[in-house]
Design a protein around this ligand. Structure first.
Ligand SMILES: Cc1cc2nc3c(=O)[nH]c(=O)nc-3n(C[C@H](O)[C@H](O)[C@H](O)COP(=O)(O)OP(=O)(O)OC[C@H]3O[C@@H](n4cnc5c(N)ncnc54)[C@H](O)[C@@H]3O)c2cc1C
Length: 451
């Protein structure tokens, strides 16, 4: 009996997970990895699923977004989570792993099944036939060119300049209020923007804090690309350029009136809706390279954000990603080609675990496709379902990568006010829905890699 075969490009977090999911369903996988012949700016070894920076895969507890994501993957038979559990180190509430042991575990697992054929070479063209592209944020230049040609110039980004995102419910109103500048586009809500006002003393203290903030040092390859920063300056660099640079830049108060005073404030931080459900807001123009704990401390100085719950913190680094909302279906298939899939950081599912989760779904769906079954979409109330719904349905114009977080999940009915209880309920709802979905799609019994 002949087995179907597929091509996977990239043996990182996403590609390794996908290869495993396919092999255990009896599909022959040709897995292409360019290391060690050609390496990226961040990888150090020739191992699969190398963790290029931190050795943490985030929180363990299932009532935390990252913990829930991992638990869903664990139930779906993820190789990456199995490896992480096997190589776990003591790290409090986080699942940290021995970096080398982890990659070694994945590399061995991938090298064992007879149906995974590893090719150590760079792929420079998009193959025909069933294919998954999982070449990550540092996709080689030749292949990135091919992806850009396929997607269109505007649909491939090379740089992340992310502003922090907070949950709507953690914003204090007052002092914040809704208004668009000059009352443009103000519908029933009163305006599309939430404004956080500052008086002069507050503004000066804030600028000083930004100037003194500890920053993340740029890596060599990022310094070489510093020209990208000029078009999209971090707030701390603007603060350095002059006392009033921010007040005349992203914090200018023109066209706004504080309803408490009836006057224009000295400066404002504007928050713009970030997801369709309207539960998340980003700090407009606040891309930053400040260290994450410092960001929380300094941005909570902004009036109205004293209790802010950050679902994403700002960052700036080299990151190749496609405009997934414009290009992919929620099954992770290319819009116009059924047998072409994308996964990993390249689709904007941020982080090690989010990347591997995409590999899991794409691998599962590719296996279904080549076996004559319909690819599946995950329930939106699961963390995986919410993440892949987000990356394939966000506003394409402003699309930026997103990490797993509860803000992208459909709200609970009825609402639960206390955060701890709310997160617990999200997790219970997600795992119950996952169980029903797995049963409906015959995923409860786990096949072995021999197929
Ligand atoms: C510098 C940096 C630091 C990061 N730090 C963290 C962190 O601390 N925590 C976190 O959660 N996330 C981090 N990320 C984000 C992201 O989670 C990781 O990049 C993650 O490894 C992405 O998984 P992936 O499978 O999409 O890509 P990768 O793990 O990068 O795998 C892609 C693979 O494809 C190969 N490849 C590329 N082009 C080709 C080609 N043309 N032909 C064949 N093979 C190719 C690469 O060699 C690589 O092995 C970081 C990203 C970067 C760039």
């Amino acid at each position: 009996m002949s087995h179907p075969s597929v091509t996977i490009i990239g043996a990182g977090l996403a590609g390794s997970e996908a290869a495993w999911q396919l092999a255990r369903r009896g599909v022959t996988v040709h897995l292409y990895e360019m290391r060690p012949h050609k390496t990226t700016e961040a990888h150090q070894t020739d191992q699969f699923a190398e963790l290029v920076c931190s050795n943490s895969l985030g929180a363990r507890a299932v009532d935390r977004a990252m913990g829930l994501l991992k638990e869903e993957m664990r139930r779906l038979g993820s190789l990456i989570i199995e490896a992480a559990d096997a190589c776990a180190l003591p790290a409090g509430g986080a699942l940290a792993v021995g970096r080398e042991a982890f990659s070694d575990y994945v590399t061995r697992a991938i090298s064992e099944p007879p149906r995974i054929i590893v090719h150590r070479e760079e792929v420079t063209e998009i193959p025909s036939g069933p294919t998954l592209i999982a070449t990550g944020p540092l996709t080689s230049a030749a292949l990135a060119d091919r992806i850009r040609a396929l997607a269109g110039q505007a649909y491939l980004s090379f740089y992340d300049a992310l502003a922090p995102i907070v949950t709507l419910e953690s914003i204090n109103t007052p002092p914040c209020w809704r208004q668009s500048r000059y009352d443009r586009d103000s519908g029933e809500s009163g305006g599309d923007y939430i404004n956080c006002p500052m008086n002069e003393a507050q503004y000066r203290a804030f600028v000083q804090a930004l100037r003194e903030a500890e920053r993340i040092p740029l890596r060599q390859f990022e310094r070489e690309d510093e020209k990208f920063f000029e078009a999209c300056l971090p707030v701390e660099v603007l603060a350095q350029r002059g006392d009033d640079a921010l007040a005349f830049g992203p914090m200018r108060p023109v066209g706004l009136r504080d309803p408490r005073t009836g006057k224009r404030p000295f400066a404002v931080v504007q928050l713009r809706q970030d997801n369709l459900a309207g539960t998340l807001y980003n700090l407009v123009g606040f891309q930053t390279n400040i260290r994450w704990p410092e960001q929380k401390r300094i941005f909570r100085m902004i009036p109205g954000l004293e209790d802010a719950e950050f679902v994403r913190l700002g960052q700036m680094h080299r990151n190749t990603f496609i405009n997934a909302p414009a290009l992919l279906r929620p099954t992770l298939q290319w819009r116009d080609r059924d047998d072409l899939f994308f996964a990993g950081q390249l689709i904007g599912a941020e982080g090690y675990v989010g990347s591997a989760a995409g590999g899991l779904l794409a691998g599962l769906n590719l296996a279904r496709l080549v076996s004559g079954q319909q690819p599946v979409v995950m329930p939106r109330v699961t963390m995986m379902g919410a993440l892949f719904h987000y990356v394939t349905h966000a506003e394409p114009k402003d699309f930026q990568p997103m990490k797993a977080n509860f803000g992208i999940m459909p709200p609970l009915q009825p609402k639960v006010r206390r955060k701890k209880e709310r997160y617990q309920k999200y997790a219970e709802r997600a795992l119950a829905a996952l169980g029903v979905w797995m049963k409906a799609n015959d995923l409860l019994s786990q096949p072995t890699p021999g197929g």
